[in-house]
Design a protein around this ligand. Structure first.
Ligand SMILES: Cc1cc2nc3c(=O)[nH]c(=O)nc-3n(C[C@H](O)[C@H](O)[C@H](O)COP(=O)(O)OP(=O)(O)OC[C@H]3O[C@@H](n4cnc5c(N)ncnc54)[C@H](O)[C@@H]3O)c2cc1C
Length: 426
């Protein structure tokens, strides 16, 4: 079969691209043949498990300039694309398919049904209505551009195909990475992003389940702040094996590549009182000690930290178990201020964050035109989704990248097809 558009991968970005290309061609009254080639037996399998089975479709951050801040890799490249097709357009698209989304207090958006199946059913039904062919158990094995005929020759584990344009939407598949390298594309080596940190430290031991709002800095194995600085803020959760929570996951995303280079041995500096620095914390502790002089330090914590965490901190600062605030020495006060605002912890490894894990790395962004996601190296080749060297923190942003790049790639392929009409169909 000769396809106008062959899409490698029936995941989020592949489906979104197929539907938009078909809708646009249909609106022009142009006949089209679009295929989704999928290696697995099922389509959209990541969408199914996403967001704990609820699918965090996007985020209610409508300003492209703020939206791009959530992408450690891809923030510059995505600014233009988000102006063309951002969360507003995604919400509108799903509304047209009869799916309404709701916004949670932290801005994450889910289908009102709280079921990822709602998203899958809508995408599958629309692709079906538009006549998009979905070929499962069809793992793409070779991808060759024939300059003489201006056609792609594709072999899958099931059949051979020809295509006028090809969209690679194969996620973080290493095998697809090798095929793209053979075509002359540079692949940025994959490393994990979005993980939690292993820390064994007596100050945190046995405190699993406690959380606090912190700010966090990543330090290199020599204990120096990283360049560029990796500095995050938000809730930190103490776990059985170390720390997790948004502040940690964000740090893992922004520091993904350096942390891999350090083999996940580095340290972090946690400020448990993010509204203070060392000096201001020392001052307010002095004031507090004066006001609460007769009270026990362990029973009358400063600030809003969980009591058990506070007790560990005063111990680490050398204050005795039943010491009153009146007996806080200057050395203890400075040590406590440091413990509260500059506590250092040694990270010795990582664990996958099961709710949402992504891979940093993929097609080098310098080789892609972001106006239509076309390859600068090979004609009639386009990219969308996680196969690009783009990834985001948690919150629906990774799907937003899949939708936006899928949409623009679809428009790019349609433009090429319009400029190169077929004279006669075989
Ligand atoms: C557990 C989990 C939960 C997540 N939850 C969220 C969330 O709630 N919100 C969010 O924004 N992001 C979430 N993500 C990230 C999100 O799922 C991905 O960013 C997104 O799926 C990327 O879409 P994609 O189309 O680029 O790739 P994929 O969805 O990975 O699709 C790629 C498809 O290509 C196929 N394929 C690969 N190689 C070949 C080949 N050679 N031939 C044919 N087919 C091939 C694969 O089988 C797959 O079906 C989650 C990820 C995980 C793992």
């Amino acid at each position: 079969m000769r396809w106008d558009i062959a899409i490698v991968g029936a995941g989020a970005s592949g489906y979104y691209a197929a539907i938009h290309a078909a809708q646009t061609l249909e609106s022009y009254g142009i006949e089209y043949r679009i295929a989704l080639l999928e290696r697995a037996a099922e389509v959209l399998s990541k969408v199914r498990i996403s967001g704990g089975g609820r699918c965090n479709v996007t985020h209610d951050q409508r300003d492209p300039r703020l939206l791009v801040d959530q992408y450690p890799r891809g923030h510059k490249a995505l600014l233009g694309p988000f102006h063309h097709h951002g969360p507003d357009q995604v919400i509108e698209f799903f509304a047209q398919l009869g799916v309404s989304l709701k916004t949670e207090p932290d801005g994450r958006m889910f289908p009102t049904t709280d079921r990822s199946e709602t998203i899958i059913n809508a995408l599958v039904a629309e692709a079906d209505r538009l006549g998009v062919q979905v070929l499962t158990r069809s793992s793409v094995q070779t991808l060759v551009y024939d300059a003489a005929t201006s056609l792609w020759q594709i072999t899958t584990t099931a059949a051979s195909h020809q295509a006028r344009t090809v969209l690679v939407a194969a996620g973080s598949s290493p095998q697809m990475g090798r095929l793209l390298e053979d075509l002359g594309h540079q692949m940025v080596a994959p490393v994990p992003s979005l993980f939690t940190f292993h820390i064994q430290d007596p100050r945190l031991e046995g405190l699993m389940g406690l959380s606090a709002e912190v700010s966090l800095r990543v330090l290199d194995p020599q204990g120096h702040p990283t360049k560029p600085l990796v500095h995050t803020a938000g809730p930190l959760l103490i776990t059985h094996w170390g720390v997790s929570g948004p502040a940690v996951l964000k740090a893992s995303a922004w520091g993904a590549r350096m942390m891999a280079d350090w083999r996940y041995n580095f340290s972090i500096e946690v400020n448990w009182l993010p509204q203070h620095n060392l000096d201001s914390a020392a001052l307010v502790l002095a004031e507090f000690a004066g006001q609460e002089a007769k009270k026990s330090m362990s029973n009358h914590p400063f600030g809003t930290l969980p009591k058990r965490l506070w007790e560990r901190m005063i111990n680490a600062a050398g204050c005795g178990g039943d010491q009153t605030w009146a007996h806080l020495t200057k050395e203890q006060r400075m040590a406590l201020a440091a413990e509260l605002t500059q506590a250092r912890y040694q990270v010795t490894g990582k664990s996958t964050f099961k709710e949402e894990f992504v891979t940093a790395g993929g097609v080098d962004l310098g080789e892609v035109r972001f106006k239509d996601l076309s390859s600068k190296r090979v004609p009639q080749l386009f990219f969308a989704g996680e196969c690009l060297d783009v990834d985001a923190v948690t919150g629906g942003y990774n799907f937003q990248n899949a939708w936006t790049t899928g949409y623009l790639a679809a428009q790019g392929m349609v433009s090429w097809l319009l400029e190169h009409p077929v004279e006669a169909r075989d």
